[in-house]
Design a protein around this ligand. Structure first.
Ligand code: ACM
Length: 514
């Protein structure tokens, strides 16, 4: 049956069942009733569809046998059953009536954490774009939406605690001198609307404020938070910037506490991502206050200073009732608080530090650059590679129990340095996000051909939602095309600032303790 993610167990039975305007909907949940209303239906056979809370060992059970019944212990389970049914209805829909094969589906997820990330800093995308993405994420049972809200190029939420962020830190006159201005931010009402829209669809919106690196935007608004106090101008480049928040200035911790408090009021998610990736320490090494703090706290090097900084932010988040998440570089100080979940994206070929952290019980989810970075062209991360990737394969040598207990799931990040419009955004996101959704939900067996056959039904639904995608043929380019895409992606990145970024990347890795 054309369902993505592939259900845990499907038994097809004899006969068909009709879903039409004459089907009586018995359901106490408005969101499910409205979800079923996604096509124009005509009158047909009279029958019943019933969504009911009840006992089951699964996330939901769907029975189609003349009538349609969905049973789950929770409303979330019923919602998931409804998404499966929507796909079947779309597949069987002709002339106002859907004809469904009789079946019994028993379904449950492999991983609890199934996430998509959008960077709204490098290019800004508004609430309507975000809600459009949420519709598709819900359809494939993704349950986290990670919003990257701050970076060198901007801070993208209204702030009443720090209005200067909106006045000075969310606009740049162009990118690499192209003269096309980029700006914008979500108002607090926009955030509330997004969070509510996602929440109704059982998707938790996880905010990220990247700290202490990727923080030039904060310094544009408040130069006193940097090591030099210098007033910088907005950057038109990407990559790794060495102008970062000071770790030795108490005002920085006050700022972070106020900012995270303001955001925590807006984002009710249990989780809060505090970044921690790519932190060059050259300014910290030259900064009197940072050096004094290191001496006072007995910190041996700037890597430990990042650990100290991050742990203080973690304490703030804990006091706000949040579970912190960090990118994997935050592990390298060796002193990271145990409560922080690690998002694994890049740890060298052998993922040594990440593997050791997992082996010693750190919770983790996987978004490894190759093949989960869906901002990369299909020539670099083909749909087939993204689909076939087994997230636990990175942790050779770690016990099966540790993997089972500590790998929470998967995420595909969509950075937007080179994604300036909605069409491109959709074509980068889909169908690779759908492949990652299946890895997050379904049992690990992979059969790409079977996946692609099932995919066309969901892609038809994307068309109905007016959401773009890359055709699977283009999403699996031949080696010649793949090379062309890779070269043009890399050539696009070449600029004088890229050399500085490479130097900063080396610096960020210096002193890493693996
Ligand atoms: C990252 O891609 N810098 C997390």
């Amino acid at each position: 049956m054309n369902i993505i993610p592939r259900p845990f167990e499907t038994k097809v039975k004899d006969g068909n069942t009709c879903f039409s305007a004459s089907t009586r909907v018995n359901c106490d949940f408005d969101i499910i009733k409205s979800e079923l209303n996604f096509l124009d239906f005509e009158e047909g056979e009279v029958n019943d569809i019933t969504f009911k809370i009840g006992e089951t060992d699964f996330d939901y059970e769907l029975t189609i046998d003349g009538d349609i019944t969905v049973v789950a212990k929770t409303e979330e389970g019923l919602f998931h059953g409804c998404q499966t049914l929507k796909q079947l209805i779309f597949d069987g829909y002709r002339d106002g009536v859907a004809t469904l094969e009789n079946c019994v589906i028993k379904d449950k997820p492999r991983f609890p954490y199934r996430s998509f990330m959008l960077d709204i800093v490098r290019h800004f995308f508004d609430k309507e774009v975000i809600k459009g993405l949420i519709d598709i994420l819900a359809l494939v049972k993704i349950n986290r939406f990670h919003l990257h809200l701050s970076d060198n190029q901007g801070y993208r939420v209204e702030s009443t605690a720090f209005p200067a962020l909106n006045e000075k830190a969310n606009f740049r006159p162009g990118t690499k001198g192209d003269g096309v201005p980029v700006g914008g931010y979500l108002t607090k009402d926009d955030v509330r609307e997004i969070v509510a829209y996602a929440g109704e669809r059982f998707i938790e919106v996880v905010p990220e404020v990247d700290l202490p690196g990727h923080t030039l935007a904060f310094l544009l608004a408040m130069p006193e938070l940097g090591c030099t106090g210098e007033q910088y101008t907005p950057t038109e480049s990407y990559g790794i910037d060495d102008r970062i928040l000071s770790a030795g200035n108490e005002k920085v911790y006050d700022f972070v506490e106020k900012l995270l408090t303001e955001l925590s009021e807006l984002f009710p998610s249990k989780y809060f991502h505090l970044g921690g990736d790519e932190v060059p320490k050259s300014q910290w090494r030259q900064c009197k206050k940072c050096q004094e703090l290191m001496a006072k706290e007995g910190l041996n090097d700037c890597e430990e200073l990042q650990g100290y900084f991050t742990n203080r932010v973690i304490n703030i988040l804990k006091s706000l009732g949040k579970t912190p998440i960090v990118w994997n570089e935050a592990l390298y100080s060796g002193i990271l608080d145990d409560s922080a979940i690690c998002q694994y994206w890049s740890d060298g070929k052998k993922a040594t530090a990440v593997r050791d952290a997992l082996a010693s019980g750190r919770k983790m989810y996987v978004s490894r650059t190759f093949p989960y970075y869906i901002d990369y062209p299909h020539g670099m991360n083909k749909l087939k590679s993204t689909y076939n990737f087994e997230p636990t394969s990175c942790f050779k040598g770690v016990s099966a129990e540790n993997i089972d207990e500590n790998i929470m799931g998967v995420e595909c990040p969509l950075w937007t340095e080179w994604v300036a419009d909605v069409d491109k955004l959709h074509c980068q996101a889909f169908p690779r996000t759908i492949a990652v959704a299946e890895t997050g939900w379904s049992t690990p067996e992979k059969d790409y051909k079977d996946f692609e056959e099932r995919l066309y039904n969901v892609l038809g639904m994307l068309e109905a939602y007016e959401i773009g995608y890359t055709h699977p043929k283009k999403a699996n380019p031949n080696p010649f095309k793949a090379l062309g895409e890779t070269l043009s992606f890399l050539i696009n990145m070449i600029e004088p600032a890229a050399i500085k970024s490479l130097i900063n990347a080396r610096d960020a890795k210096k002193g890493m303790k693996k």
